[in-house]
Design a protein around this ligand. Structure first.
Ligand SMILES: Cc1cc2nc3c(=O)[nH]c(=O)nc-3n(C[C@H](O)[C@H](O)[C@H](O)COP(=O)(O)OP(=O)(O)OC[C@H]3O[C@@H](n4cnc5c(N)ncnc54)[C@H](O)[C@@H]3O)c2cc1C
Length: 498
């Protein structure tokens, strides 16, 4: 048993943990970070992410503050729009079915802009988020959906810049160090027990910030909390987020909060490994479903592919696919839809099928009820409102179907122009929504609603923000905002209590 000492012990080296560590260090405290992954797999889900971030901005000047000057040509064909506090709050409320914890939502929204500036100052580079916007046939781009920027080189770039900042600040990170339990002395959390291989070490300090992610990589917990069948879902991110931080907090008497049976889960390529690897990143995402239709093995459509814009629909689609027979579905496109597909659809491991007729395509779709599939496409084609123009350039276009049990509310295009393509997909779990309840300065509350002295939490471990769904880009934003909140709260606690 070996003792290591610091003022503040941070568990987890994703965006939340690193933001907390840097914030506490800025306030003059001695911080140490424990990370269970080896150094070459560090960075948690943050490193796997696309790097899209949802923050309030008033217009192009705010975007330029983050990305640098935008050239005249880019300005000429791009409408960067704006995203107000009210819009952010409305989106959060709407997609969570009005359950989002108002206090948490207020913290997220109110601190989003300033936190983006802070990340920029820490060396994170941003880029306009062109990939998520709608393009008109004339090439012009209209920003819609709230997230205006992404980090340069996605999660890899974000994670890399933060580790550089951590190294510059001289904050030690202990890799392959898995926190297993909290140490409490005289009613105050002062440290953690951690495993380093078979050795158990005690890391003693003056308080602990848990930022160890959710339980998405733990099949047993997924089944227990998200529901039967979730053990069969694929993991889109880090293999290290197995719920340790949540277990430790609950063992210490923390109050559970939020949507414990809820998670972010998306449409994910059937050929993806069961648990993602850094070399693949996000190549298996299949989020362009609204340019086509989706069918299950019964050959039936089962979801409104065009109910809303992607940013507010993709994160709930995985669960719907998981409920289909065999936990699989196909996305079907014709030659009118395929030009809109993102590059990752062409990845060499993509479960992609191609044919010149729908009949031949169905023959390649293993296990599909062919007659039913052909009938589904025929009825779908008949039901499309051709009098409403198809418009991929911005808001919902209202081009819908009529008379179908499962409607398509926007971007309904007939599937009739060869060649046809089918992409086999399943459910990919991204992160879980259940967490612990915190105060507005990041302290973990006990079952009676009082702060547990010396215990703070941040990032995906914080419950109450997301229910059923989430607005794209709010996961990273939440990790950074609540990381800073916990870092400042912990620093204040240590300074005040000694
Ligand atoms: C494929 C993918 C794409 C995504 N894209 C986006 C996006 O574009 N925009 C967006 O907003 N969000 C996105 N997200 C979600 C986003 O990644 C998360 O919301 C965010 O990274 C959470 O940060 P965090 O610090 O809480 O968790 P993480 O980044 O997961 O960090 C948790 C850390 O804790 C460590 N840990 C776990 N247990 C222990 C233990 N016992 N001891 C020590 N360390 C431990 C883990 O190894 C990990 O490093 C995406 C996620 C995935 C998987």
């Amino acid at each position: 048993m070996q003792d290591i000492e610091a003022d503040i012990i941070v568990v987890g080296a994703g965006l939340a943990g690193l933001s907390a560590a840097l914030t506490a260090h800025e306030r003059g405290l001695k911080v140490i970070v424990l990370e269970c992954a080896p150094e070459d797999e560090r960075g948690g889900n943050t490193r796997f992410s696309n790097g899209a971030m949802r923050a309030v901005y008033q217009g192009i000047a705010d975007v330029e503050e983050l990305v640098g000057e935008i050239g005249a040509e880019e300005r000429a064909h791009t409408d960067f729009g704006a995203y107000t506090k009210e819009e952010y709050f409305d989106d959060l409320a709407r997609v969570t079915q009005y359950r989002t914890d108002q206090e948490m939502a207020d913290l997220l929204v109110a601190n989003s802009r300033d936190t983006m500036r802070w990340l920029r100052a820490k060396g994170v580079k941003f880029f306009p988020l062109y990939g998520w916007q709608f393009r008109s046939p004339d090439g012009s781009i209209r920003f819609a959906g709230g997230s205006a920027v992404e980090t340069y080189d996605g999660g890899e770039g974000l994670s890399g810049s933060l580790f550089t900042a951590i190294e510059r600040a001289g904050i030690p990170v202990l890799y392959r160090t898995r926190a297993i339990s909290l140490i409490e002395r005289s009613g105050r959390i002062v440290g953690v027990k951690a495993r380093r291989g078979r050795e158990v070490v005690e890391v003693i300090g003056r308080c602990v910030i848990l930022a160890a992610g959710g339980f998405e990589a733990n099949p047993e917990w997924r089944t227990r909390y998200l529901g039967p069948g979730f053990e069969l879902a694929k993991v889109r991110g880090s293999r290290f987020n197995t719920g340790d931080g949540l277990r430790m907090a609950l063992d210490a008497g923390a109050m559970p909060h939020g949507h414990w049976s809820g998670c972010h889960s998306a449409s994910w390529d059937l050929n993806a490994p069961d648990v993602n690897e850094l070399a693949y990143g996000t190549v298996f995402k299949r989020d362009d479903y609204f340019y086509g239709i989706m069918v299950n093995t019964r050959g039936e459509r089962f979801v409104d592919e065009g109910s809303d814009v992607r940013a507010v629909t993709y994160a709930k689609l995985g669960r719907v696919i998981l409920a289909q027979p065999g936990q699989v579905a196909w996305q079907i496109y014709d030659a009118k839809g395929t030009p809109f597909l993102h590059e990752e659809y062409r990845h060499r491991r993509s479960a992609r099928l191609r044919a010149d007729t729908l009949d031949e395509l169905a023959d390649k779709m293993e296990g599909i009820d062919k007659a039913s599939f052909l009938q589904t496409v025929a009825s779908f084609n008949k039901s499309v409102r051709r009098d409403i123009p198809f418009d991929p350039s911005g808001k919902k276009d209202g081009r819908c179907t009529v008379g179908l049990t499962v409607p398509k509310s926007n971007w309904a295009e007939t599937i009739d122009t060869p060649p046809f393509e089918a992409y086999a997909v399943t459910c990919g779990v991204t992160f879980t929504f259940g967490g612990v309840r915190i105060t507005t300065n990041g302290a973990v509350m006990d079952l009676d609603g009082a702060p547990i002295p010396g215990l703070f939490a941040a990032g995906s471990m914080v419950g109450g923000l997301f229910y059923f769904n989430y607005p794209g880009g709010a996961g990273l934003m939440g990790a950074a905002v609540f990381g800073r909140v916990a870092g400042a709260g912990a620093a204040e606690f240590v300074t005040a209590s000694g």
